[in-house]
Design a protein around this ligand. Structure first.
Ligand SMILES: Cc1ncc(COP(=O)(O)O)c(C=O)c1O
Length: 393
């Protein structure tokens, strides 16, 4: 049996594996067993923001000689170091980190915290969105999940894009009943192919959350850590979330870890009033890896963020100038890039052609394609990748 057959026999998946055995990752490239080298414009889907195999980060991880495991109830200095750093760099007044294993668990904790704090049970989110695969995360995700699992959480309302003043007033009306625990969305919606709400939308929604006592949760699992050209996409809108959910770029893929970071007031409501336990949340090794990744990022923050904006404009201009077989919309903010075509299956076809020519991009459903290169991507590789992309469009 070859690896693909063994994978089919032993690995649970919802779609078959892409027949590409990855044996290495360096910078902007993935290396396959058959000797092929792929330009990576997926980066694990907003995970590898600083690129794969950064020596400084890898060295620090290799040098780790602390405990293999620490019980979550005990004290461990790197936990406090990481939480303190997150409190410092995140927008608004969020200060206390709940230690999770990744994005889904962070969203799960955020929703539970909102329920504990408000003593309410309803949620509002964006139609078509994605916040993870737990029952609660799917409940606030796309309505398609409800067709599959008919007993997801009740009381979840979805707002349809475009996210403009009209949509915001719809949110406000729902909030005015004072029975909604939380509003949750990405600030720039990577999971809809980089949809950017109007400033007015967030002004009204954030104001209404405050007015009617609803917790304002911003999910930056995908958009966080420089992806859009700011450290957090919330900054483009001057958002001050009550809870911020983090994952992916927080470790850059060097380990698995997430965080639900919230205001002092919400965190206080959880004390002796909420059961949160995550055996592997902020595993000691992963915590050190997250710190190594973050410290590297912060040291180079200005350079990385200005590079993201320059490179983002280059991508946007080139993509807009390309001739496509079917009309295609390009949306971009920094190096978060989405393309959407109404032609069924077209984006999947483009993705398959790209892979065959050595470029990795990813599709979302049948209509959207996303491009999320490393934020440190060099000009030569960017051009090489975009040339391949153009030839597949
Ligand atoms: C916005 C957002 N939230 C939550 C998640 C779930 O994160 P994880 O896969 O780490 O559980 C994702 C994953 O893609 C995401 O994009």
């Amino acid at each position: 049996m070859n690896l693909l057959q063994k994978d089919k026999q032993y690995i649970g998946r919802d779609v078959p594996a892409t027949p590409m055995e990855i044996v290495g990752a360096k910078g902007n490239y993935l290396m396959a067993r058959d000797g092929r080298k792929y330009i990576d414009f997926v980066m694990g889907w907003c995970v590898g923001n600083i690129g794969w195999g950064v020596p400084e980060v890898e060295e620090e991880i290799k040098e780790y000689d602390g405990p293999d495991y620490v019980n979550p109830f005990y004290l461990y200095k790197p936990w406090v170091d990481l939480a303190q750093l997150l409190a410092k760099i995140t927008p608004g007044k969020v200060v206390k980190s709940f230690r999770t294993t990744g994005g889904t668990e962070s969203v799960e904790v955020a929703l539970q915290a909102a329920m504990t704090y408000t003593k309410r049970t309803k949620f509002i989110s964006i139609e078509g969105s994605y916040h993870g695969h737990s029952i609660a995360a799917m409940s606030v995700g796309m309505s398609y999940f409800r067709e599959k699992y008919t007993n997801l959480l009740p009381g979840c309302e979805k707002i349809n894009p475009p996210l403009n003043e009209k949509a915001a007033l719809e949110v406000e009306k729902l909030l005015s009943h004072r029975d909604v625990a939380a509003y949750i969305s990405e600030p720039i919606i990577c999971n809809l192919g980089v949809v950017m709400p109007d400033q007015e939308y967030f002004d009204i929604v954030a104001g209404a959350c405050k007015k009617y006592g609803t917790v304002f949760i911003v999910d930056e699992v995908a958009s966080g850590f420089g992806r859009t050209g700011k450290l957090f996409a919330s900054e483009w809108y001057k958002l001050e979330p009550d809870i911020l959910t983090l994952g992916k770029g927080l470790t850059g893929g060097y380990a698995a870890l997430g965080a639900a970071i919230m205001t002092e007031e919400i965190a206080k409501s959880m004390e002796f009033n909420f059961s949160f336990y995550s055996t592997f949340g902020w595993h000691p090794r992963n915590t050190v890896a997250a710190l190594a990744n973050l410290r590297y990022f912060i040291k180079k923050k200005q350079t990385i963020l200005s590079h993201v904006r320059t490179m983002g404009s280059y991508f946007e201009n080139r993509l807009r100038s390309m001739n496509s077989r079917y009309p295609t919309e390009v949306r971009a903010k920094g190096l978060a890039i989405g393309l959407e075509s109404k032609q069924h299956g077209y984006m999947i076809d483009v993705m398959s052609r790209c892979i065959a020519k050595g470029l990795l991009v990813s599709e979302l459903g049948s209509f959207i394609l996303t491009i999320f290169p490393a934020l440190t991507l060099d000009q030569k590789t960017a051009k090489e990748g975009l040339d391949i992309f153009e030839s597949c469009l």
